[in-house]
Design a protein around this ligand. Structure first.
Ligand SMILES: *Cc1c(COP(=O)(O)O)cnc(C)c1O
Length: 392
């Protein structure tokens, strides 16, 4: 496919070769193993002298089509599909870090991305610091001689804080750090970390890329062949491979990625402005609002402001619980990026086990609510919020 093709064209056709039957969709190659025609062919495949498939944990035609598609969307050298977003995170950590390495990461990073580092990787002598990565000076002040990786989640969850990818790429280069960006919240449609100078971008495809709340998966995109060769064996040998059926579902989802995001994003902008005027709320965080402290950065590094909104209820914990119990259209659920609107209240749900003081220190107040806007009619989404907020 033409490298200069537009995003939607790549979304529909990128990486997809029409098979011998002219099948419009990539078939599900539901096979764990692939037969060789001769001993020589088997030997050549293992030696990498001949292209072809050996075993599905290593590679599979359906999964390969998805990898090529996403690599095209993110302008990467290649992509590595994984069983889950966390399979992607683990493969990246394993591929890049060594015993004694240090990593700097966004403070409000996705919970398990921090848990596996602090609980498990620390057993092998890997150190990590969780800092405010929205400030370049602050990142620089945490760099140590053994810092190998700078890991950003932008926008981050649920604080909706941004980090400047271009500026981080510059300091990463100066200090020999690999710059990794968790691009889940933006999807390839709204943000291109590799074009902004990052070395590795990855997604939980569970969210926007698949977009239909029916599978869990992940994908890693590397800028160079060298990094691809460092990370891919981690997926293969640790067994973080995707399944062919999973890949088929994601290929189906990705074909409408931009259309789903455009629709939900249009509603998100309307809802965010509406919420900002609501008397029951203390604050609203959405990168598209002028009141967002990094609105200008969002305009520069993102092609749209996304579908995630967080807001603070004046009534705190009690109001949060009341809001949850009265939402009728929105599902009370974690996750995001699907066609359906989801709402969750971290203090009583995802973060209820975290001691209150620690939770508040991480920017998650009692009244914080996270809204993942779906593609329903905006009038219905607003009416749902209105009737539930009236009870808070
Ligand atoms: C969901 C999520 C992950 C983890 O992905 P899974 O597919 O659930 O393993 C990582 N990062 C972010 C930002 C996420 O939202």
């Amino acid at each position: 496919m033409d490298k200069k093709a537009g995003f939607n064209t790549k979304m529909v056709h990128g990486g997809i070769d029409i098979d011998q039957f002219g099948s419009a969709n990539v078939p599900i190659y539901q096979s764990s193993t692939f037969a060789f025609r001769s001993a020589k062919q088997g030997a050549d495949r293992f030696a990498g002298k001949e292209e072809g498939y050996i075993y599905t944990r290593i590679a599979n035609p359906t999964i390969k089509a998805l990898e090529n598609n996403i690599a095209a969307l993110e302008n990467g050298y290649g992509a590595i599909a994984t069983s889950s977003g966390m399979g992607a995170v683990t493969s990246i950590y394993m591929g890049i870090l060594e015993q004694g390495s240090h990593m700097i990461s966004t403070a409000s990073v996705y919970g398990p991305s921090r848990v596996i580092m602090e609980k498990y990787f620390s057993k092998f002598g890997v150190e990590s610091s969780y800092v405010d990565t929205s400030s370049i000076e602050n990142i620089i002040s945490h760099i140590k001689p053994n810092t190998k990786m700078l890991y950003l989640e932008t926008p981050s969850n649920p604080t909706m804080q941004l980090s400047d990818i271009k500026a981080c790429a510059q300091i990463a280069k100066q200090h020999n750090m690999i710059l990794v960006v968790d691009n889940t919240f933006s999807s390839p449609y709204l943000q291109s970390p590799l074009d902004l100078g990052a070395d590795i971008s990855f997604h939980s495809v569970t969210k926007f890329i698949n977009g239909h709340a029916d599978i869990v998966g992940g994908i890693i995109i590397t800028k160079t062949e060298e990094l691809y060769k460092k990370v891919r064996p981690m997926m293969v040998n640790l067994g973080f491979n995707m399944d062919p059926h999973q890949a088929y579902m994601v290929l189906r989802g990705v074909k409408t990625l931009s259309i789903r995001i455009e629709k939900a994003q249009e509603s998100a902008a309307i809802i965010a402005s509406w919420l900002e005027k609501h008397p029951k709320l203390e604050w609203v965080k959405y990168p598209g609002l002028k009141s967002h402290p990094q609105h200008e950065l969002a305009k520069q590094q993102m092609r749209g402001f996304g579908t995630m909104i967080s807001f603070g209820l004046k009534g705190g914990l009690k109001a949060g619980e009341t809001l949850m119990d009265n939402m009728k259209l929105a599902l009370l659920a974690v996750s995001l990026g699907g066609v359906e609107t989801l709402i969750q209240h971290p203090a009583s749900m995802t973060h209820s086990a975290v001691p209150r003081e620690e939770r508040i220190k991480a920017g998650i107040s009692d009244g914080l609510v996270r809204l993942a806007v779906g593609i329903e009619n905006v009038e219905d989404q607003l009416a749902d919020l209105e009737q539930a907020l009236n009870k808070c």
